[in-house]
Design a protein around this ligand. Structure first.
Ligand code: KG4
Ligand code: ZN
Length: 347
């Protein structure tokens, strides 16, 4: 069984082929990703129109590269999957239309994948993880705690009431004049900084409901940066380190509340999983690993190559759906907003 997956919801143009070995083990046969970072860097963030145009220009080539790397012809796959949202609608339409065209020409089933579900199921591609598990999904647009009960079966325990974690990293980076995307820049600066120099707030800490809030922390960083300006390199490093330390603490505290909420809902998760672009952050991974150990659970984070947006996660989510017969028709639309808890398991 082999599935082609196409990802165009944000600023990566990606296509990949994922299959199952004869013994049933997931295999990434190819994983072609073209980052548009350079095209957006001058604007300090993703410009939707530029992203959509860049997807149009690059996608055919990236799909052909995915077939070439896997040494397969289009008729040798069993289904075509594309991320149908949530994301920037112009880019999503490019990926979705391309996937439908390939499905029509090859006569293979088409699967419209939710981008968040693809992040959520990556731990099953890499670690063969069984349901249920607790997922902390942290990306540029999303910050949520969910119980992953099955394919299409998500229980949302909590989410952010304002900014997403990745968004906060990106805004802090922009404020401090660091390169886009902000997450990796802030993490790099923080390595040389003092995480205790500034005592930033850890919003929502201690509350039973596992919700998140980032905007107060972001404002606190801005006020200190304005107070001590002009900023030396040392100041920037200390601001990044102190901000990141606050993020680690608040994510650990909120995830601890999520574990408690799970137990109260009668769910015994088999693992703590972190996914989404922010899951590349090493101090965040270390904090969550300490929490998981305390709770007697394994902590699973994707390999760095699968933290950011990629086609392999879309192909894998497509394959999971194909195995259950959950395929879509050509009427499937691009969905800029598409919360995970609106999905439904196979009846
Ligand atoms: O999942 P993703 O690639 O795209 C979305 O679906 O949003 O996540 C991108 C986000 C960006 O906000 C980026 O700054 C953040 O993930 N990010 C990081 C790191 N690497 C990427 N945040 C913190 N630390 C990192 N090392
Ligand atoms: Zn993503």
């Amino acid at each position: 069984m082999r599935v082609l997956g196409i990802e165009t919801t944000c600023d990566e143009t990606a296509a990949a082929i994922v299959g199952l070995s004869p013994a049933g083990k997931p295999e990434i046969l190819s994983n072609a990703v073209l980052s548009q970072i350079a095209a957006h860097a001058a604007y300090g963030g993703v410009v939707p129109e530029i992203a959509a145009r860049a997807h149009v220009e690059a996608l055919d080539r990236i799909v052909m590269r995915a077939f070439a790397e896997a040494d397969l012809e289009p008729h040798q796959i069993d289904a075509v999957a594309a991320a149908a949202g949530p994301g920037l609608v112009g880019g999503v339409m490019v990926g979705l239309t391309t996937a439908k065209a390939i499905a029509l020409v090859t006569g293979k089933p088409f699967i419209a994948v939710n981008h968040l579900e693809a992040h959520a199921l990556t731990a099953r591609l890499t670690d063969n993880l069984a349901f249920p598990y607790l997922l902390l999904l942290v990306s540029g647009g999303h910050t949520q705690l969910l119980v992953v009960r099955g394919v299409g079966d998500y229980l949302k325990l909590g989410g952010t009431i304002d900014d997403a974690v990745g968004e906060a990293f990106d805004k802090i980076a922009k404020m401090l004049g660091l390169a886009y995307p902000g997450g990796p820049s802030v993490e790099r600066e923080a390595e040389a900084g003092d995480p205790e120099r500034f005592d930033f707030p850890r919003p929502m800490s201690g509350r039973p409901k596992p919700d998140f809030s980032l905007s107060g922390l972001k404002t606190a960083v801005r006020l200190v940066a304005e107070r001590i300006a002009p900023l030396s390199d040392r100041d920037v490093a200390d601001l990044c380190a102190s901000f990141q330390a606050a993020v680690v603490d608040l994510l650990v505290d909120r995830t601890r509340a999520g574990l408690r909420a799970c137990r109260e809902a009668g769910v015994m998760p088999g693992a703590l999983v972190v996914a989404g672009g922010v899951s590349a952050n090493q101090p965040i991974r270390r904090g969550l690993t300490r929490l998981a150990t305390e709770a007697g659970l394994p902590m699973i984070a994707p390999p760095l190559s699968l933290c950011g947006d990629n086609g392999a996660m879309i192909a894998w989510a497509g394959l999971e759906r194909l195995k259950l017969g959950m395929v879509d028709n050509m009427g499937a639309l691009a969905r800029p907003r598409w919360p995970l808890d609106e999905l439904r398991p196979k009846p």
